[in-house]
Design a binder for this molecule. Sequence first.
Ligand SMILES: Cc1cc2nc3c(=O)[nH]c(=O)nc-3n(C[C@H](O)[C@H](O)[C@H](O)COP(=O)(O)OP(=O)(O)OC[C@H]3O[C@@H](n4cnc5c(N)ncnc54)[C@H](O)[C@@H]3O)c2cc1C
Length: 407
Amino acid sequence: MRRRAFITTAGAGAVAAGIAVRARAAPAGGFDVAVVGAGTFGAWTAWHLRRAGRRVVLVDAYGAGNSRASSGGETRVIRMGYGADEVYSRWSQRSLGLWKELARTSGQKLFHETGVLWLAREEDPLTTATLTTLARLGIRHERLSRAELEKRWPQIGLGPITWAIHEPGSGALMARRAVQVVAAQAAREGVDVRTASIAPPRGKGRLGALATPQGPISAGAFVFACGPWLPKLFPDLLGERIFPTRQEVFYFGPPPGDARFAPPAMPVWVDFAEEIYGIPDIESKGFKVAPDKHGPQFDPDTGERVVSAQGLAAAREFVARRFPALKDAPLVASEVCQYENSSNGDFLIDKHPELEDVWLVGGGSGHGFKHGPAVGEYVAGHVADGTPVDAKFSLATKQKAQKRTVY
Ligand SMILES: Cc1cc2nc3c(=O)[nH]c(=O)nc-3n(C[C@H](O)[C@H](O)[C@H](O)COP(=O)(O)OP(=O)(O)OC[C@H]3O[C@@H](n4cnc5c(N)ncnc54)[C@H](O)[C@@H]3O)c2cc1C
């Protein structure tokens, strides 16, 4: 996979809290690229395109990092381990560098280096493959025995866990805030950031312009980075290839004065065998527990975002086993978000087969947030030179039946 040079941000200091939403006059002859969707994929794509000197407009129906978007949650894990799927490990590495750079230039706390702990069983092919990949890429990690785990994290009830991988340099991103900072920085550097809802594109050949109530937005190329909305925008093409699922997130309140569930005492943890992971009590939001099993189908515009009694009971049952001191911890906050799954978890990055100036970017599949910087860089490069994308990301490899292989 191609790497593009990163140009360091000019000018440090705090980014203005808000994002420019005013519709400036479009450049004569239109924009070079219009990006629809200001989630992690779209905002970073706009950012990279601008850095490459393009005239860019970034349009979102509800605003960058809004509460309906998959990128709109409080926090997201950034880990380097991906089993044998090395490309995602490399993209995580690349992305973490860019997230840290953004945090530095914006003066905002966007990343918490809590460490990430992969909890494993005796027979654990995914974690074993992860160990090999991390070693091959020279990513800092340690393999810990059960005895070492008991000593370092006595607040974890290990049950069937016999060993783990610890990535000390990984951790959690402040998701919603970080996406808003990307969009704000892009705006400051000349991207025209607008609020508008774009109708589903129709026809064949060239799209040429986006229709908005404020008038058409013409551009040389269009990137639709609309995450879970992609099936609505391209129903014939993606209606059966991107599967938005309802996902519940629970924040439990640790006992008063108890620092064992916040960093530095507690890292991010993942338990793929039980399809669940969590983030320690960051910025006093609560101890986050998030089931990774795909939920039912979900509409990102109209879906109610209230967690279910069954979901809460299942999360409590897990917490009581794995973190016994939190057995009676109250639920202090919750989120309902949606994954935008591709058939196997690989991202979708490809040209539209019938609209020659349109790109489709999405399929984050519950693990895409961290990769925004690298995905944006990849997309910006391909939009610029038009070269075909790697087969892994192509539309042709996206099936209509779900069979998850990427975790
Ligand atoms: C509960 C949960 C936990 C997750 N945990 C992690 C994690 O720990 N680590 C990780 O890396 N990833 C995680 N993910 C996945 C990650 O959050 C997503 O893959 C990623 O945020 C997707 O970003 P996106 O830019 O593709 O889509 P989105 O963030 O959904 O952005 C799409 C944007 O398009 C806009 N839009 C849609 N339609 C239109 C239209 N017609 N006109 C204009 N604008 C439009 C929307 O308003 C939205 O802002 C998690 C996801 C969820 C739901």
